[in-house]
Design a binder for this molecule. Structure first.
Ligand code: NOJ
Length: 760
């Protein structure tokens, strides 16, 4: 009896403690917090209580300093001293960063640390391939390792926040920012996004080498009309949830610390003031508890969009949508106080915003450890360069290899031609602020370092857009003395990236002309393309024997290329986007809808098949172009190796799956060639009929496997009916039982291994 009483007593005590704890947490935005989270919320609260309104507004301000201004301006120092700045971007002088942090800690009213941000997109000093190239590796482990290295290098200069990964689904190669994306597929983009986030943020944000990631540009920026940057995006609700938002949702699940709102408007509402996206979806539905930063001036750009009449209204729309931090423009700084006084916003809501920002600063350990130790030894470390080489090797995609022209035998003499054979700045690609061309190995340098090779060299054109044919003769002379011509063509770095959209996607300048002249020599030609997007090659493709897409491969691009060209390693990259034949086919992506009149290949009628004077009718035609057919040049997921692989013995369980089941598809992959390779096997599915139309195919899983010559491996993919759910605006997310087709494949147009399943 006595024992029973004691237990009751203990129980009562525990209940009492929980109630006390919960009541002291009453301001917390969530009730199901872990111990660590509760500790952080307590710390956030204790700081928040001491802050004045001006300081709270200060936390929402992100300021920058132009790199053209040498001295740290006094007004910036004073703003920090007054507690009017929460973050800086692009302060690249470590002494300046240290001084600003010192002022924040020692001289500002509450000693709140600043957070320094930078666009560390595909490397800091050691530059990895552009993100589109990294997506082509189909290897999240390499991507995670690259991001970890970038974090180690960037944090050694005090940077604790990067504006990456970019998770915009990009179905339009005219859009320059496709280079920063993981391409057209939401599953691949999600997997790549998670890998970047894990790499940047490490095991814990608190580690001094961890940097906060930023999922951007939330959302729909990649759907810019006509591929013109900053342009209007109209995406219906179903498509938005089923494609465009998925990678962002998985970023929240991967604990991405911050988000960035896009420049774009989405369905008539600029994202920086879009309550549906920022409040309903991101906070309420997904439970995001980090903070959201605007894009550069995007709050005040709502005036240009025609969504706010002045800065004050822009501030009101941004803050009421719970956009936490304003990058560079000053609408919040100038108008928040007034908005609160007039009752157009409340201090209570501002507290929630400041909490979001302080929470991340605490998680990064900035309050305890605001300073950083400069460590130049980590920059360009040998292991970093090795990792950059491996990423570059795995990113490159072999698109054509007529009569196995590649690899080249070391006994053959090579002519190295083209504008990108020795262009260290260009091969680093877009969004490279810190990587230096002096540390970059170009193909020419890689060849020079290998004494056993015989080669000649002449660029033929000075740079990718060069229109002069003056140097053609030099190139032709160099080519005449060689057995094989390797042409390094493509685009300079500045032709892709922000605000660098193109309407014509062919090789710029007179590169095509040079290639055509070289082809008259009758020698084998290998075309290496370095570019931030797919390049339309219709005119030159018949004239070249092999095509290797190298993207902008980064610091170690030249070494990676040399090892692939000579077969030291086999190419293993796969296209993360459909490669168009002509720009007029865009948008062209593998997971399109079927239409009521899908293509029937046998019935295809091309422009020259139409009889002269034909009767006005559809001629039985289906959904295609008369002058470009219905297929891309190369499909999503495509890429050759130096071997051949086969998929066989496909089995699945359960034989008759039901809703809720785990479904497993296993198969054998055989390397039937003589080179060791890596092959990426892809699992696609089609939901045959549903309450809203579904794409003709969707990527469900992928795995990159290593196979020695003649090796066979059994591979298994597992998924559940949860993975087959889709969003229907009237029903929300659901799985709809019915008929499905699944197939394992080497690319999106390889559909020979089909399994038809009815899932009840
Ligand atoms: C504008 C770009 O859209 C964004 O991606 C970038 O992070 C910011 N500027 C900061 O440089």
């Amino acid at each position: 009896m006595c024992f029973f009483d004691k237990r009751l007593l203990y129980k009562g005590l525990v209940v009492f403690l929980v109630v006390v704890l919960m009541s002291s947490c009453k301001d917390f935005s969530k009730s199901s917090l872990s111990g660590k989270e509760i500790r952080i919320e307590r710390k956030v609260d204790s700081v928040l209580q001491k802050m004045t309104l001006i300081e709270k507004i200060g936390q929402t301000a992100q300021r920058g300093k132009s790199s053209r201004v040498k001295e740290l301006p006094e007004h910036l120092k004073q703003a920090v001293r007054d507690g009017k700045v929460g973050s800086f971007l692009n302060i690249m002088n470590v002494e300046d960063a240290a001084e600003l942090q010192r002022i924040a800690i020692e001289e500002s009213p509450n000693g709140i640390p600043l957070i320094f941000a930078r666009d560390v997109i595909h490397g800091f000093k050691t530059i990895f391939p552009i993100p589109l190239g990294q997506a082509a590796t189909f290897n999240p482990h390499l991507v995670e390792r690259g991001a970890r290295i970038s974090a180690v290098e960037a944090s050694s200069k005090g940077i604790r926040w990067t504006f990456a990964p970019m998770l915009d689904i990009s179905r339009d190669p005219r859009w320059g920012r496709i280079a920063e994306s993981a391409g057209e597929d939401s599953y691949l983009t999600s997997e790549m996004g998670k890998a970047y986030i894990k790499g940047f943020q490490g095991d814990s944000l608190k580690e001094t080498t961890s940097i906060a990631a930023c999922a951007k540009h939330f959302a729909g920026y990649g759907a810019a009309e006509g591929g013109r940057d900053y342009n209007t995006a109209n995406i219906n609700e179903n498509l938005l949830h089923n494609e465009y938002l998925k990678p962002f949702k998985s970023a929240v699940e991967a604990n991405c610390a911050t988000f960035m709102a896009g420049f774009n408007e989405l369905n008539g509402v600029p994202v920086s003031g879009n309550s549906y996206l920022l409040k309903e979806v991101l906070r309420n539905d997904w439970g995001f508890d980090g903070f959201v930063v605007s894009d550069w001036n995007s709050v005040t750009e709502m005036i240009n969009h025609g969504f706010a009449k002045d800065k004050k209204e822009a501030a009101s729309k941004g803050i009421n949508a719970m956009l936490d931090m304003e990058m560079t423009s000053t609408a919040y700084e100038e108008h928040l106080e007034e908005l609160i006084e007039e009752g157009l916003f409340s201090e209570k809501k501002l507290n929630a915003i400041v909490r979001n920002i302080l929470r991340i600063k605490f998680e990064l350990g900035l309050f305890e450890n605001p300073y950083f130790e400069k460590d130049d030894a980590v920059l360009y470390a040998k292991s970093h360069l090795d990792a950059a080489k491996e990423a570059a090797v795995e990113s490159m995609v072999l698109l054509k290899n007529k009569e196995k022209r590649l690899p080249i035998s070391k006994k053959q003499k090579i002519a190295l031609i083209g504008p990108l054979v020795d262009a260290p700045h260009e091969q680093l690609g877009t969004w490279t602020f810190d990587g230096e061309k002096e540390h970059t190995i170009t193909p020419l340098q890689a060849f020079k370092e290998d004494k056993g090779l015989e080669w000649s060299y002449a660029k033929g054109v000075a740079y990718s857009r060069d229109k002069s044919k003056e140097k053609f003769n030099e190139a032709i002379r160099a080519a005449k003395s060689a057995d094989v011509i390797v042409f390094f063509g493509g685009e300079e770095a500045i032709l892709s990236g922000e605000a660098h959209s193109r309407a014509d996607l062919s090789l710029p300048g007179v590169q095509e002309e040079l290639l055509l002249e070289l082809s008259n020599l009758g020698k084998p030609i290998v075309l290496v393309v370095m570019a931030g997007r797919p390049i339309t090659l219709e005119r030159v493709l018949p004239k070249v024997d092999a095509v290797l897409m190298a993207w902008h491969p980064g610091t170690m691009g030249g070494v990676a290329l040399k090892s692939l060209l000579y077969g030291e390693v086999s190419p293993s990259g796969k296209l993360p986007i459909s490669w168009p034949k002509k720009a007029g086919q865009i948008p062209i992506y593998y997971n399109h809808k079927n239409t009521g009149r899908p293509v029937i290949p046998e019935k295809y009628v091309g422009i020259d098949d139409i009889p002269v004077g034909a009767w006005q009718s559809s001629l039985g035609n289906t959904s295609h172009y008369l002058d470009a057919g219905y297929l891309p040049q190369w499909p999503f997921g495509y890429g050759l190796s130096y071997s051949e692989t086969m998929i066989s013995e496909v089995q699945w369980t359960p034989i008759q799956p039901k809703e809720g089941d785990q479904i497993s598809i296993s198969f054998t992959v055989s390397n039937v060639g003589k080179y060791p390779i890596k092959e990426t096997i892809q699992l696609y599915f089609r939901d045959v009929s549903a309450s809203i139309t579904r794409p003709v195919k969707e990527l469900l899983r992928f795995e990159k496997i290593r196979l020695d010559a003649n090796e066979r491996k059994r591979v298994n993919f597992t998924f559940s009916t949860e993975d087959l759910k889709f969003y229907n605006s009237t029903k929300g997310w659901s799985f709809e039982p019915g008929d499905f087709v699944f197939w394992v494949a080497k690319h999106a147009q390889d559909d020979i291994n089909k399994i038809n399943l009815t899932i009840e």
